[in-house]
Design a protein around this ligand. Structure first.
Ligand code: AMP
Ligand code: MG
Length: 351
């Protein structure tokens, strides 16, 4: 199966139903479920060993996604919004344990990314207008406001954890896990499916995919969307359990006088990172892959490969604003480019 488009991946069908799967000895059934969470389409395809277990697994994944959506939302009422409000008041507060896990996981990744992946800059993301279901329109934020937030330099290292109690040494810290939570949710979904006895599954969260096992006698095949048009730029066959995560400036952006301002913000400047069309990372850990893809957009076409190496990422690709492709040697080995092959492909290694 080729996942061909971020909006139309895994288009086998809607709702939970069974399809016969042949190819690996006895025919088995494929369960599919489509829903809308995290502001995006979610497709889960699983091959349960026990059909009854499969239905329970799908239900569990659906409820879990809905819970994460509610608890981790960066601007709608919920556990994270409550925590952010307390941090802004300079208060410490007991929060949801799943948010403590997000903080712990992302603090480590933040450090390894040299600060480029920084979920503490929620106020800047909001100032640029991306804390809204609609694309922002109208005037850009005042430069003085952007500069005032940038200068406060909120980082994950400002947070102090004591069990489930969270405090911040810096009142400008506002947590936004939009660059990380989908990956964490993907990891959780595969773990959950595995716990119900599904060894073969693929989950697509708005174009970020994680898969394990196989689809019958074939491997899961994932297509990487072309950031500057329709269709796929390349495809990859999943080996064992892996996530393929893409961060793109085409996903959410605002436009002003012909200039596009994407939703990934460079914490060093407070400005949207504009030099990259998309980045794609393959890794077993979907949360890390998600955070890394976001960090590489910030790092840009000249520094991304060193930031990837610092984050422990060996398989990554960057497509710049002109459509030129750079990729690591390990990524080059994995990808099969769609015809006609892109005009500019450069394999680059960390210095
Ligand atoms: P992604 O599509 O995974 O790259 O995530 C983009 C989202 O991550 C944005 O909509 C923001 O919510 C958040 N974000 C923006 N800039 C950063 C950054 N530098 N570090 C971490 N998260 C960010
Ligand atoms: Mg990300």
């Amino acid at each position: 199966m080729i996942a061909t488009n971020r909006r139309r991946f895994l288009s086998l069908g809607l709702g939970g139903f069974l399809l016969p799967l042949v190819g690996c000895g006895t025919p088995r059934s494929v369960l599919e479920e489509r829903s809308y969470v995290f502001g995006t389409l979610v497709d889960v395809v699983a091959v349960p060993t026990e059909p009854a277990q499969g239905a329970a697994a799908m239900r569990s994944v659906g409820t879990g996604f809905a819970r994460m959506h509610r608890d981790w939302h960066a601007w709608k009422p919920g556990a994270l919004a409550t925590l952010n409000a307390a941090l802004a008041r300079g208060e410490s507060i007991a929060t949801n344990p799943s948010i403590v896990d997000l903080i712990r996981g992302s603090t480590l990744i933040h450090r390894n990314s040299r600060g480029l992946f920084n979920p503490a800059i929620g106020a800047l993301v909001g100032l640029w207008g991306f804390h809204d279901d609609e694309m922002p329109v109208g005037a850009l934020p005042a430069p003085a406001q952007v500069e005032a937030l940038r200068r406060q330099q909120p980082t994950m290292d400002d947070l102090v954890l004591d069990g489930v109690k969270v405090a911040s040494r810096n009142r400008s810290v506002q947590l936004d896990f939009g660059g990380y939570a989908k990956g964490v949710a993907l990891d959780w979904a595969l773990d959950t499916l595995e716990g119900f006895g599904c060894r073969d599954a693929i989950v697509n969260l708005g174009g970020n995919l994680a898969a394990m096992g196989r689809r019958g006698d074939r491997r899961w095949r994932i297509g990487i969307r072309h950031p500057q048009g329709e269709g796929v730029v390349a495809a990859v066959d999943v080996e064992g359990r892996e996530a393929v995560v893409t961060s793109g400036s085409y996903e959410r952006y605002r436009e002003q006088e012909g200039i596009r301002y994407p939703h990934v913000i460079d914490p060093r400047t407070g400005q949207p990172a504009r030099a990259v069309a998309s980045t794609t990372v393959i890794h077993r850990d979907a949360g890390l892959a998600d955070a890394a893809a976001t960090a590489l957009v910030v790092a840009g076409p000249h520094h991304w490969v060193d930031v990837a190496a610092a984050m422990g990422i060996t398989q990554a690709m960057l497509i710049d604003g002109d459509g030129a492709i750079q990729l690591t040697p390990a990524m080059h080995q994995r990808l099969r480019f769609a015809a006609p092959e892109p005009a500019s492909i450069t394999v680059v290694s960390a210095t």
